[in-house]
Design a binder for this molecule. Structure first.
Ligand SMILES: Cc1ncc(COP(=O)(O)O)c(C=O)c1O
Length: 452
């Protein structure tokens, strides 16, 4: 096979795709979306069980969002972010009232940028607010977590397969193991395991030198790294460590915000606040690109100084706080609230996991079904005793068979070498019982196909 002479089906470079496998094929084109459904150019319909990239929270085809966008484009299509537009100011107010504390919001376009922004704010905050003898620049994060694709956010990411070939990244990024109840030491209870992992974090802080650490970034619940629900004590335990050692805590709620986990925000499961929050995905349900970095007032205030002091935040994003994106995001968030999509996420997520456990809970490949709200991971193993991960080729059989049954599933591809064995299910929050049943049936069929 002469790879260099392969004729590609088109000129699109798709992410996380080996294009040699597409040579000579005609990739499916999706032409329409409605609710949880996608339709291709041949008229076939599929349930999108990953809501795009877990972002289409309000479902596809919302006419009211298209109308808001069209109206805003006519009124004021764009404004330089140093100026203030009506929708952008209003949406910053809305976010701060939803979070329930005095804050300021810096808008950007993607989750990666929102995290980069958070890291830069944290470093500058300490420079302007730090104690003598401190030089806080390091960012702590956890293995398995994904924080983005730009050099800084990639450096914080704890997934080796997303970084190989692109490193070295930025300096000063340190990774620590997260809790992983399914693979904990067998002698520990889940809570004891959680306490051990908090201790591991503390040891890391001590050994790095707390006075060098600016921030700790974490998703309240790891999503792309395999949906890992932490023990109850873990998130509050990390908050306490950050307080003890003067480290800013950043919650990456790019996935877990806006109803995805069955609460409006992921951190609400553990009643724990961060100092900085980052959001993207469900913020406008993918109808427009938008991301936000929200900081508590105390952090914002450290950037208030005299003109010429360079104490202000010296970053700009051309499309940050876009008038159309913020107008659409405002309406999108109102839909999540008005239709109680957070409640539906909690109910349907639980229903889905209960059905999965009833239907395939004792299947030889099913290691664990776990999650919160409409964010579920199903860890597949070759052997339920040894927990050896199911090979990727078999996961491909499961997802391929699910497509034949009309369901697009997700999985943690190209994350941890040899550990890309978790199916990811996070459909739009509007899903109903019968659509959920179809996902369960498709996974069941897929597992049967993978048995061979
Ligand atoms: C938890 C988390 N943070 C950050 C990002 C990066 O967001 P984006 O792809 O919009 O840059 C992602 C993307 O999947 C994510 O899952």
């Amino acid at each position: 096979m002469n790879i260099s002479n392969m004729t590609m089906p088109d000129h699109l470079w798709r992410p996380i795709t080996q294009h040699s496998l597409l040579a000579g094929t005609t990739p499916r084109k999706i032409v329409k979306g409605k609710g949880v459904w996608l339709t291709d150019n041949m008229g076939n319909s599929f349930i999108d069980a990953l809501a795009g990239l877990w972002c289409v929270n309000v479902g596809y085809g919302r006419k009211e969002l298209a109308e808001v966008a069209a109206h805003q484009m006519e009124e004021l299509s764009y404004l330089a972010p140093v100026l203030s537009s009506e929708p952008t100011v209003a949406f910053a107010d809305k976010l701060q009232s939803m979070l329930g504390f005095e804050s300021h919001v810096y808008f950007s376009v993607s989750g990666s940028e929102a995290n980069e922004t958070a890291f830069k704010i944290a470093r500058q905050y300490h420079l302007q607010n730090g104690k003598p003898g401190e030089y806080r620049y390091k960012i702590l994060s956890r293995y398995r977590a994904y924080h983005g694709n730009t050099l800084g956010s990639m450096s914080a990411t704890g997934q080796a397969e997303r970084k190989m070939g692109y490193e070295p990244g930025g300096a000063g990024f340190v990774h620590v193991m997260p809790p992983y109840p399914y693979r904990r030491h067998e002698k520990l209870t889940v809570e004891e395991h959680g306490a051990e992992m908090v201790k591991l974090m503390e040891e890391t802080i001590i050994h790095e030198g707390a006075q060098t650490i600016a921030a700790l970034v974490m998703e309240p619940m790891i999503s792309g790294g395999g949906v890992i629900v932490p023990p109850e004590c873990y998130v509050p335990g990390i908050r306490a460590l950050c307080d003890k050692y003067g480290i800013l805590l950043i919650f990456d709620e790019v996935v877990s915000g806006f109803g995805r986990t069955g609460k409006m925000f992921g951190h609400q499961h553990w009643n724990t606040q961060a100092d900085i929050f980052t959001f993207a995905k469900g913020l406008a349900s993918g109808y427009m690109p938008i991301a936000a970095t929200v900081v508590k007032a105390e952090i914002f205030n450290a950037f208030l100084g005299k003109p010429g002091e360079m104490t202000h935040f010296r970053q700009i994003n051309t499309f940050g706080g876009h008038t159309v994106s913020t107008a659409v995001a405002m309406r999108n968030v109102q839909i999540v609230e008005d239709e109680d999509l957070t409640g539906n996420s909690a109910r349907m997520g639980q229903y889905f996991r209960d059905q999965m456990i009833a239907e395939v809970g004792d299947h030889p490949f099913v290691g664990e079904v776990r999650g919160l709200g409409l964010l579920t991971g199903i860890e597949l193993v070759e052997d339920r005793q040894t927990k050896v991960p199911l090979p990727e080729a078999k996961l491909n059989v499961v997802t391929g068979a699910a497509i034949q049954s009309g369901v697009f599933l997700g999985r943690n591809s190209n994350t941890i070498p040899g550990r890309c064995n978790v199916l990811l299910i996070a459909p739009p929050l509007v899903i109903n019982e019968s659509e959920t049943d179809q996902i369960v049936a498709a996974i069941k069929k897929g597992l049967t196909a993978a048995m061979g």
